[in-house]
Design a protein around this ligand. Structure first.
Ligand code: NOJ
Length: 746
C-alpha cells in the first residue's frame, strides 16, 4: 500500500476550539463503551495481547494508540483497519520513544543540557520530530524532565541534570522542538512530559526505588521543568513508575488531579508508564487489576500503557457503578480532541515515500554536528595541550569506545535502529587523512549484570573476552601508544551502562580503563582523554594526571566529527556541566544547591563530612573551560533595595581576554540569607551563552523579580516571597565569586 499525499496526508487547517469540541461530542455520542475504553488503551506493538492479533484489536476499536512499533508500512496497514473497519473509524496514534533523534541521532539529553543552549535543543528535537513523523510516528515519549542529583541513577542521561532553572529552559525548548505551536503541523509530533514526578530522586539512585520528597522539594526543584513544558504547550504527560511518598505516581490523585489538572490547568491527556497501571498491584497499592484500574482512572490516568488493565476491568467497573460513563467520557475527551486538532481524521496515513528523503537531509546532519560541538565540555587543558596541531603525523587512538558506533550514539535508540554514527576514530581519520592514525581498543568493558533489553538486540553477540585476551589487548594498546607522538584515549561507558535498568554503585571508569589510562600516561607522551558517557564519572586520577580531558558525552551520529573539530581547534568548546561530578559513587547524591548547615563549608571547623576524601565535587555544576579566557566584570544591580514584588536588573560585562573566538556561559546565582524557610546556598536564576571574538566585550542582563525570588515554603505551606537579604553572584560556574547584595523589604 502506498498512501501518498493525495490520499489524505496533506496539510489541514487547525480547527477552531468550538469545532473541536463539537466533533468530539459527536464522536462520543456514537461510540460504544468498549470503543471509549479502547481510546484509553495503549496497545503494545511488540507484544500484542495473547490470543488477539493487532488487526483484531484495532478492528474492534480496542486501542486508541499503539507503542513499540516502528514500521511505516505497518502503520498504514493498521491505520486503514482503524479508519475503515473499526466501528467509529477513529484513527490510531502511533507512539514511540524518540528521545534524541530518529535516524539522525543527536547528543543524549544530558549532553544537550551541557550546551546551555535551549535553541540548539529545540532545533535537535525539531529534526527528530520531522524524521519521526515521516516514519509515521505521531507521539514521542519525551522530553524526560526528571531532575537528577544522583549520578548513580542510570536515567540521569535522559534528562537535563540537577538544576530546575536549566531543566525548565531545556524542557520548554524540547517541547517547542517536538511539537511546534500547531498540533496539525505534519512535521511535528506530540510531546510527552515525563515522568511525572520525582523519579530522579529514587533512593540510592536505584531505578524504580521509592522516592520521598517534601512538597517544598517537589514544588521548588522537581516540578519546574514540568511547569515549563506545560507553559510551552505540551500535549501529554506520563506518570512515573515509582512510589512517591507512599503513593505510586500512577495512582496519585494529589499529583495527577489536584496539582496537574486543578492547580496547573493541564487540559491534555496523561499516559501511565509502561505497565504502570497493572503494576499498582505489584507495588502493594492496589488489591488486584480491577482495583488498579479504578484507582488509576480516579487519580487521572487517561491512557493505560501496555498493561491491558483498563481494557480488562473498566467495563465491569462501569457496570458496578464504581465508575460512571461520564467519568470515562471525561478521560476520552482530550484524546479525541488531540486527534482532531492534529488533523488525524483528515490525514490518518503517512506518505511511505517520504522517510528516506527526509532522514538523508544534509541539514539534519549539520544540526547534529553543531549540537554535538556545543554540548562538549572541556574539563582540563594543562599547558594548552589542546587544540592539537593539525600537522600531527603519528597519532594513537586507544580505548574500547574509540570505534564504537553504539557508544557514540548512546542510550535510547528507537526500535530497530541500526547504529550509524561517525566514531571518534573515524572522525579523527577524516580530519587528518594524511596522518598515521593507529588504533587499539584495549580490553573490552562489560556490565556485571547484563542489560535486560539485551534480549531485544538481534545483533549476533560476541563471546565475552577472556582475561588472557583482555591482557593481550591491554599490552597491544600500550605498545600502540608507545609508537605514537600523541595519544587520544577514548574511555567511558558503553551505551547500555546508563539509561533505564542502568544504575551503578560506582562512578569509576568501568573495567580496566583507568589502569590502561595510567599505563599509557606513564609512557610520557601527550595524552588527551575523550570521555564518552551518559553520567558523571569519578575520574579522580585523570583529573590530576591527564593533561587534557574532553567530556564528549554520547554525542550522536556526528559525534566523531564533532570531537575531531574540537581536538584540532576548528571549534572551541563552550559547554558547561549540567551536573556536579562527584569524586566517588558513594558521594551521591551531590548537587550544588544544598541548604547550609551549622558547619558550612566556609567554617574553619568544616570537618563534619567525610574524613577519607574531600567533599567538594571533582568538577562543580556549571563548569567548563575554553581555548580562550574570559573576564566577567562590572556586576551591577539596578537597585540595592526593592520591595517584595518589584524587579531589579542584574547586568555585567563579559570579555574574551584570550586569543581565539569562544563561547562563555554567564551564570547568575542567588542566595536568600534568611527567611520563612532556609534556602539553598546557591540557586541558578539565569544564564546566557555568549559568543565573543578575541578582545570583544558584551553586556549580559538578567532580571530578578517575584518569579525568581519566591519559593514554596514548608513553614507557610504555600508560595511566598520573603523580605530578606540576598547574595547575587555572576560568573562562569557555580563557584562564581563576583558578588553583589540585594535587600528585599516589605
Ligand atoms: C518505560 C520508560 O520508563 C519510559 O520512559 C518509556 O517512555 C516507556 N517505557 C515506553 O517505552
Amino acid at each position: 500500500m502506498n498512501m501518498n499525499a493525495g490520499t489524505k496526508s496533506g496539510t489541514a487547517a487547525v480547527p477552531a476550539e468550538t469545532e473541536v469540541s463539537e466533533r468530539v461530542e459527536a464522536l462520543l455520542e456514537r461510540m460504544s463503551l468498549e470503543e471509549k475504553i479502547g481510546q484509553l488503551t495503549q496497545a503494545s506493538g511488540a507484544v500484542w495481547t495473547a490470543g488477539e492479533s493487532a488487526e483484531d484489536i484495532i478492528r474492534k476499536g480496542g486501542a486508541g494508540s499503539v507503542l513499540w512499533l516502528n514500521d511505516t508500512k505497518r502503520f498504514n496497514e493498521l491505520q486503514k483497519i482503524a479508519v475503515e473497519e473499526s466501528p467509529s473509524g477513529i484513527p490510531v496514534l502511533f507512539a514511540l520513544d524518540v528521545i534524541h533523534g530518529y535516524r539522525t541521532i543527536f547528543p543524549v539529553p544530558l549532553a544537550m543540557a551541557a550546551s546551555w543552549d535551549p535553541a540548539a535543543a529545540e532545533q535537535a528535537q525539531a529534526v527528530a520530530a520531522r524524521e519521526a513523523r515521516a516514519a509515521g510516528i505521531h507521539w514521542t515519549f519525551g522530553p524526560m524532565l526528571d531532575i537528577a542529583r544522583d549520578a548513580r541513577w542510570g536515567r540521569i542521561v535522559e534528562g537535563a541534570g540537577e538544576d530546575p532553572c536549566l531543566g525548565a529552559a531545556m524542557a520548554a525548548a524540547q517541547v517547542r522542538g517536538f511539537q511546534g505551536d500547531d498540533l496539525s503541523d505534519p512535521e511535528r509530533v506530540l510531546a510527552c512530559a515525563k515522568h511525572f514526578a520525582g523519579y530522579g530522586a529514587s533512593e540510592g539512585g536505584r531505578d524504580y526505588d521509592p522516592v520521598h520528597l517534601s512538597e517544598a522539594q517537589l514544588r521548588n526543584v522537581y516540578f519546574p521543568p514540568f511547569q515549563a513544558a506545560l507553559k510551552a504547550g505540551v500535549a501529554t504527560f506520563m506518570s512515573a513508575y515509582m512510589d512517591l511518598n507512599n503513593v505510586p505516581a500512577s495512582g496519585n490523585c494529589w499529583l495527577l488531579r489536584d496539582v496537574l489538572r486543578e492547580e496547573w490547568g493541564f487540559a491534555g491527556f496523561l499516559v501511565s508508564d509502561a505497565f504502570g497501571v497493572g503494576n499498582l498491584v505489584v507495588e502493594g497499592f492496589a488489591r488486584d487489576g480491577r482495583d488498579a484500574a479504578l484507582r488509576a482512572l480516579k487519580a487521572g490516568v487517561n491512557v493505560d500503557m501496555a498493561s491491558a488493565t483498563y481494557s480488562e476491568n473498566l467495563a465491569g467497573l462501569v457496570e458496578s457503578d464504581l465508575i460512571s460513563v461520564g467519568e470515562i467520557d471525561e478521560m476520552v475527551r482530550p484524546i479525541l480532541a488531540t486527534k482532531v486538532q492534529m488533523g488525524l481524521f483528515e490525514r490518518p496515513y503517512v506518505d511511505e515515500t517520504l522517510l528516506e528523503e527526509v532522514v538523508a537531509r544534509p541539514e539534519h546532519r549539520q544540526a547534529a554536528r553543531l549540537a554535538a560541538q556545543r554540548s562538549m565540555v572541556l574539563l582540563r587543558n594543562e599547558g594548552g595541550l589542546l587544540p592539537l596541531s593539525k600537522e600531527q603525523k603519528n597519532i594513537a587512538v586507544i580505548g574500547p569506545l574509540a570505534d564504537s558506533m553504539v557508544a557514540t550514539e548512546g542510550s535510547w535508540m528507537v526500535f530497530g535502529h541500526k547504529p550509524g554514527a561517525v566514531t571518534v576514530l573515524q572522525g579523527i581519520r577524516a580530519r587528518l587523512p594524511e596522518a598515521n592514525v593507529a588504533y587499539a581498543p584495549g580490553p573490552k568493558i562489560y556490565r556485571d549484570f547484563p542489560h535486560p533489553f539485551g534480549e531485544f538486540d538481534t545483533a549476533a553477540k560476541e563471546p565475552i573476552q577472556t582475561p588472557e585476551a583482555a591482557e593481550a589487548a591491554f599490552q597491544t594498546a600500550v605498545a600502540t601508544a608507545r609508537g605514537a607522538d600523541v595519544v587520544i584515549m577514548v574511555l567511558g561507558e558503553e551505551a547500555d551502562m546508563a539509561g533505564e535498568f542502568a544504575s551503578r554503585g560506582s562512578l569509576d571508569l568501568p573495567g580496566r580503563q583507568d589502569e590502561l589510562l595510567q599505563a599509557v600516561t606513564a609512557l610520557g607522551k601527550p595524552v588527551v582523554l575523550v570521555l564518552l558517557n551518559g553520567r558523571p564519572l569519578s575520574i579522580n586520577w585523570a583529573a590530576e594526571n591527564v593533561p587534557a580531558i574532553l567530556e564528549a558525552w554520547e554525542p550522536g551520529t556526528e559525534g566523531g566529527h564533532a570531537v575531531a573539530d574540537i581536538l584540532f581547534g576548528d571549534v572551541n568548546p563552550g559547554g558547561k556541566l549540567p551536573v556536579c561530578f562527584p569524586r566517588s559513587g558513594s558521594h551521591a547524591p551531590l548537587y550544588y544547591a544544598r541548604t547550609l548547615t551549622h558547619l558550612p563549608e566556609s567554617s574553619p571547623r568544616y570537618l563534619s563530612r567525610y574524613w577519607d576524601s574531600p567533599t567538594t565535587p571533582l568538577y562543580p555544576f556549571g563548569f567548563g573551560l575554553s581555548y580562550t579566557t574570559f573576564a566577567i566584570a562590572n556586576l551591577k544591580v539596578s537597585a540595592s533595595q526593592i520591595k517584595v514584588g518589584q524587579t531589579v536588573a542584574v547586568t555585567a560585562d563579559v570579555t574574551n581576554t584570550g586569543p581565539v573566538t569562544g563561547d562563555e556561559v554567564v551564570q547568575l546565582y542567588i542566595h536568600q540569607q534568611w527567611g520563612s524557610d532556609s534556602r539553598p546556598m546557591r540557586e541558578l536564576k539565569g544564564f546566557a551563552r555568549v559568543t565573543l571574538q578575541p578582545g570583544e566585550t558584551k553586556p549580559v542582563r538578567f532580571s530578578l523579580g517575584p518569579d525568581e525570588l519566591s519559593y514554596w515554603s514548608t513553614n507557610a505551606k504555600g508560595w511566598i516571597q520573603d523580605a530578606a537579604a540576598f547574595d547575587i553572584w555572576i560568573g562562569s560556574d557555580s563557584l562564581a565569586t563576583l558578588h553583589a547584595d540585594l535587600e528585599v523589604i516589605q
